[in-house]
Structure formats: structure tokens, C-alpha cells
Design a binder for this molecule. Sequence first.
Ligand SMILES: *Cc1c(COP(=O)(O)O)cnc(C)c1O
Length: 340
Amino acid sequence: MTASLFDWQNASWQSQLAHVIDNLDTLCKVAGLDKQALQEQYVLPKSFGLRVPHAFAVKVRGVDDPILRQILPTHEEQVVAPDFVLDPLGEAHKNPVRGMLHKYKSRVLLTLTGACAVHCRYCFRQHFDYGANLPKSSDQQAIGDYLKAHRDVDEVVLSGGDPLSLSNRRLGDWLDFFADTNLKTVRLHTRLPVVLPARIDQELLALFAKFPKKLVVVIHTNHSQELDDANAAAFLVLKQAGAVLLNQAVLLRGINDTVAAQVSLSHRLFDMGVLPYYLHLLDKVAGAAHFEVPKNEAVGLYWRLLEELSGYLVPKLVQEQAGHPHKTPVDLYQRSLVLG
Ligand SMILES: *Cc1c(COP(=O)(O)O)cnc(C)c1O
């Protein structure tokens, strides 16, 4: 009976990536959910459809679940909210070199791939036109020239998509290139160590271990239920290969918008050697209005976290504001809080 199900536990990460779940039937089988109970909420999206690795889907614990909510396309996405737009960060046409965003003084961001193992329903790049924005190895010359001309830039942030969905060969090619620049640090923003921990394979660890510059890996976890022993093992070997591990989360309605959820996430991360870095207010991307936690509520929650957690376990509460030269710290003393 289970013979038809993909034996993900014995599969390579490449095979797991090739077999990601992309339909409701399989999701329900793998996650042990009653399809009847989900049918009413589920809507087949025109683009950016259901996509989740088996290793992540098995962590869903029922139809009312913080992981399921992050991955299940629902009719709520079709609600049109006026200030929720296709390009909330104004990233289109901001590229000095193909695939490169230079918005903040000391660091540039490269979207190396549009591919990701998981489609998070609140993803702010879900409508992003990667087609014209992916750098190729042949763009390395131009990127190198740009870095030489901008000596303020000492860090490159690899984003996407997910930079770890690249093969080790292609990632290694980029790391070799960065090793030859004046950059001090390479930072990867990735959800793969969380949703597909098998991605952290020996080849990747060897690439990281021999990389001569600082390496920072910012994982994306929103809820402690996302993390188990396999993740802990992946984080440990990443640290052993020299990476500094941080987490960033998005504050999401019905997923992690309680003090208990945030406290539990910070403790779980710390147990696994990861420090909380950012807690983002939702980027107002079209289709994600139902995830929004109003700012005054976020601020109220945040004051409680300051009470409950050691300082180093409190992530910075920030929001992205198009056109600003940095992430903007949320004002904890805003009038709207006082006025309710
Ligand atoms: C978020 C972001 C960075 C990194 O910002 P940090 O505050 O250093 O984490 C860099 N470039 C762009 C375009 C970004 O959006």
C-alpha cells in the first residue's frame, strides 16, 4: 500500500528535490491528512503552486497546523487587498548587474536562482520575474568589476529562490569566484536546512570548510515545530564547517503570532546552536493579506518577548520599507500602541 509513496528517507537530496510534493492528494497521504477536511480551503493557484518536500510535509500534525498554513494554497490568497502588491520591496529594475540588488551600502544581494524547495505562501518574491534576473557564470566578470568599483561592499548575500537549491558544482563555482574578490563575508539566506536537511551533504560541507572567507548561513524558520533532530544534525555540521548560524522569521497571523510560539522558537533555535536574528513584519505581497499581524499588535507581542527571553534570544523586530537604505527597526513607542 505504501509502495506507491516515495521513500524519501532513503533518497538523496537531489531525488527528494525532484520528488517534491506538488498536489493535494500526495500532501494528504504523506502528512496523514483527511483530504475532505482540506478540500474546502484549498485552491489550485495559477502560478506559485503547492510545493513542499516530504521531509517538511511529514511535520504537519493535523489540518489546523502552523506548518500546513505556511504551505497550503487557500482561497484566502484570492482576496484582493489594495496595499498588497506584486513587488512590495520595489526590487524590479534595481539591478546594476543582472541578478544583483545593491540597496544597502555595505552589502549586495545576488539572486542566484529562482528555484526553491518549498513555496511559502507569504513569500515576498512569489511574483518576482527571475527570468531576466539570474546571473550566469559569464556575469562574474561584470560582478567582479562592480565589486572593485564599490569598495564599501564587503559582503554578498546569496538569496533567491534558495541558493542551496543550486548543485554543489554551481555553488562551488560561485564560492571560488567570491574567494578571489575583496569581499569579507558570504552570507546565504536559505530555507533548505529546515525543509530538506539532507541538502547539507558532505560535498557542500567540504566546499564550506575550504572557503577562505567568513560564511554566514541565515536559515528561515517560523515555528519550533519545523525543527527536529535531522535539522539539529545539519546545523551542527554547518557550524563545524565554519558557518555562523542565524535565523530569520516572519511574524505570521495564525502561525507564530503568540508569545508562546515565539519563546518556543527562540529556545529551540538556541538549543540547536542558532541565534535569532530578525523577526520581520510581513511584506505586503499580493495574496498574503490574511497573514498580516497589525503593527501595534506586533509591538505588544514584542514587549512581552523582551520580558520573557534573554536579550540574545530576542530577534530584532524589523520591516522592509522600499527605498530605505537598511531594514527599518519597528518603532516600539509608536502612538498607535498608546492609542490602541
Ligand atoms: C535584507 C537585505 C540585505 C541584508 O540586510 P541585513 O540587514 O544586513 O540582514 C541586503 N540587501 C538587500 C537588498 C536586502 O533586502
